[in-house]
Structures are given as structure tokens and as C-alpha cells.
Design a protein around this ligand. Structure first.
Ligand SMILES: [Zn+2]
Length: 357
């Protein structure tokens, strides 16, 4: 009897120690510089991983971005990509989907996407998808469903849109009416309709939340927050559409009230002055972190101070530095600039003001 109770005590202590260790660990998020494309690696505290989009475009861009992903895969000691989400089939997102098997790791378990390429079958548009299709037919791959939740241990990835369909279930903490909806001004949009089909997600870890809508357009963003805000609030907003003017509808941004935005812009793509204004006028907003200095669509004064910008150069062949977010279960997080190591700590919402080092 005594022996059994000792064993039980030992088990309780071990489980407690494991839980404590788990609590100390962070969800690490690497936002790669894909020069105006998109690729984000999520590494959960339990080691499970998600790669959201693969960067690339033409052959040179594919090679460049795959090398940048490979560097982080080694740094984070990733052995398996548990999930790869291909948000849509434009080259700057699907570019390397066919080449991930060449990364220095053991396995890719599951691809998720919005399904086949439906509308943009012009030869100039479909090269990335055709290459991915060859892999997709052999791999475990399926359509992501709006409303489904993918678990990476203690991290939940809520799929909020896919193939032009939207979740109808509010995320935990969401669902309230959004008083901003009457201010929605539809925008005319004539660009590729692939953007209407994106797989979009909210990533939650305890009290921490990040919104990731890929290239969702202005008019569609409204559907996630009107008449009810299904997304709730977010700590980090990864800007839609490379922070260009056709995304980041204030009706959505000001409803999710991000503390921090991370822009996947390039020197001459996205990073629009209007988006900077929308972000900075959002209640409780603190900082814009940028993949690149934005030259074409914004003035120098619109850009953040240099320490918040991962890449100041635009010459081909420059080193592409990432932005890293380390999030904790209490909602606090640290953002680090891969270029200079500058990092800023964002305490949990109710805690003391931010300290910088
Ligand atoms: Zn894009």
C-alpha cells in the first residue's frame, strides 16, 4: 500500500514538474523576410510546428526564401513540420511548397490549403500551383475547413476562412457586436481573385493571440468582424496583403485592437501609408515592426524607427533578417529584430508598461 502511494506521489511530482516546464516555454514565431511574400514558422512549446506559407515567386525568389526558412529550421532544431498551410496559390505564398522536402529535417506530416486553383488558370499565374500540385497529389493534403481547430499541443490554430467561406463560430472571447460596422466603406478590387480564397487563421496560446489573414482583401476582412466580431482581440496582427492599401480595413483592425503589427512588406511592395495610419490610430496600439523599410508606398516619417525594421537594404542578394516573436501563456510576448538583436518586451495586458532593452 505504502509503495503504491509513494509511486503515486512520484507521478504527481513528475507531472507537476513537466507542467511547470511547459509553462516556462514559449511559442516561437519566425516571420521571414520574403521580400513582399509570406512565410511564418510557428514552433509550439511542445515542439510541434506549423509553416504558414512558403514565400518565393520566381526561381530566384524561391531559392532565396527556402534558404531563409532552412536557416530557422536549423536554429529552432525543427525535425518535422507537423502542418504546412498554403494560404493560396499566388507565387509569393505557394512558391516553395514543392521544395519543402529538401529542408534539413525528417518529415512533413500534413498540408492544408483552400483546395484546387479555381479561377486564375492563366499560364503566367499557375506555375507555383502546378509545381505544388505534383507534391500535393502524393502527400497527405486536404482542404482547410472554416471553423476547424488544429492543435499544436497547447497552441490552437483556428481556421477562420478558406475557399471564400468564413467561420460562423466566434473565437473564445469574441462574438460581441462591432459598433464600427456602419463605417465600412467597400473598396473596388480588380486584382487576382485567389486572394478571395485564402486560408486565414487565428493562433492562440493561453491568453496570447495572433491574427494571420494572409492576403485577405478589405471587403472580406469585414465579414469576419461584422455584424459580430468573431475574432475577438489580438496581441499581434500580421498585416493582410503585405500591408498594402487593399487590406487592413479599419473596421477589422480597430475591432481586434492589436498591440503590435508585423508587416510582411518589401521595399517596393505593400507597407502603405494608409495602413500605417490605420494601425497607429487603433485603440491601444503600440508598435509597427516591419520586414523592410517601406520606400515606395510610404514616406520616411511613416516608417517605424530603424530598430523596429528587420531589413534596411533592398539590393538583391542581401541577407534577409527575420522578426521573431516569443509568446508566453499569460499573454506577454517579446519581439526581436533578427538584424540587430533589438528586442522589446510586451507584458501581459493588465501588467506594467513595456520595458525596452
Ligand atoms: Zn501575397
Amino acid at each position: 500500500m505504502r509503495r503504491i502511494s509513494l509511486v503515486l506521489i512520484a507521478i504527481v511530482l513528475l507531472v507537476g514538474a513537466a507542467a511547470a516546464q511547459m509553462q516556462q516555454k514559449t511559442l516561437d514565431i519566425y516571420v521571414f523576410d520574403t521580400e513582399g511574400g509570406e512565410s511564418v514558422l510557428y514552433v509550439s512549446p511542445n515542439g510541434e510546428t506549423l509553416l504558414f506559407d512558403t514565400g518565393g515567386g520566381n526561381q530566384d525568389a524561391n531559392k532565396r526564401d527556402l534558404a531563409r526558412i532552412a536557416t530557422a529550421v536549423k536554429e529552432a532544431r525543427v525535425q518535422v513540420l507537423d502542418y504546412v498551410i498554403v494560404s493560396h496559390n499566388h507565387g509569393d505564398h505557394v512558391g516553395n511548397a514543392a521544395d519543402l522536402a529538401t529542408l534539413p529535417m525528417r518529415n512533413i506530416r500534413q498540408y492544408l490549403d483552400h483546395g484546387p486553383f479555381t479561377t486564375e488558370l492563366q499560364p503566367g499565374q499557375r506555375a507555383g500551383f502546378e509545381r505544388y500540385l505534383a507534391v500535393r497529389n502524393m502527400a497527405r493534403a486536404r482542404r482547410a475547413m472554416p471553423g476547424e481547430v488544429i492543435s499544436l499541443g497547447p497552441v490552437q490554430v483556428h481556421v477562420v476562412a478558406s475557399a471564400g467561406e468564413f467561420t460562423s463560430t466566434p473565437l473564445p472571447g469574441g462574438g460581441g457586436t462591432n459598433p464600427l460596422c456602419s463605417q465600412h466603406k467597400p473598396k473596388r478590387d480588380v486584382r487576382g481573385v485567389e486572394n478571395d480564397y485564402v486560408v486565414a487563421a487565428a493562433v492562440r496560446f493561453g491568453s496570447f493571440s495572433m491574427i494571420e489573414l494572409s492576403d485577405m482583401i478589405w471587403n472580406q476582412e469585414m465579414r469576419l468582424v461584422c455584424p459580430n466580431n468573431l475574432l475577438g482581440t489580438a496581441d499581434v496582427y500580421h498585416t493582410s496583403g503585405h500591408a498594402d492599401e487593399w487590406g487592413s480595413n479599419p473596421v477589422m483592425v480597430h475591432a481586434i485592437r492589436p498591440r503590435v503589427a508585423v508587416m510582411n512588406n518589401a521595399a517596393v511592395k505593400g507597407g502603405h501609408a494608409d495602413t500605417f495610419r490605420t494601425l497607429r490610430s487603433s485603440p491601444g496600439f503600440e508598435d509597427v515592426w516591419q520586414a523592410h523599410f517601406s520606400m515606395k508606398n510610404a514616406s520616411k516619417a511613416d516608417n517605424s524607427p530603424e530598430q523596429f525594421i528587420a531589413n534596411l537594404e533592398e539590393t538583391p542578394g542581401h541577407v534577409g533578417y527575420h522578426i521573431k516573436i516569443s509568446a508566453r501563456q499569460d499573454g506577454s510576448f517579446t519581439v526581436t529584430n533578427g538584424r540587430n538583436g533589438f528586442s522589446k518586451e510586451y507584458p501581459a495586458r493588465s501588467a506594467a508598461p513595456a520595458a525596452t532593452r
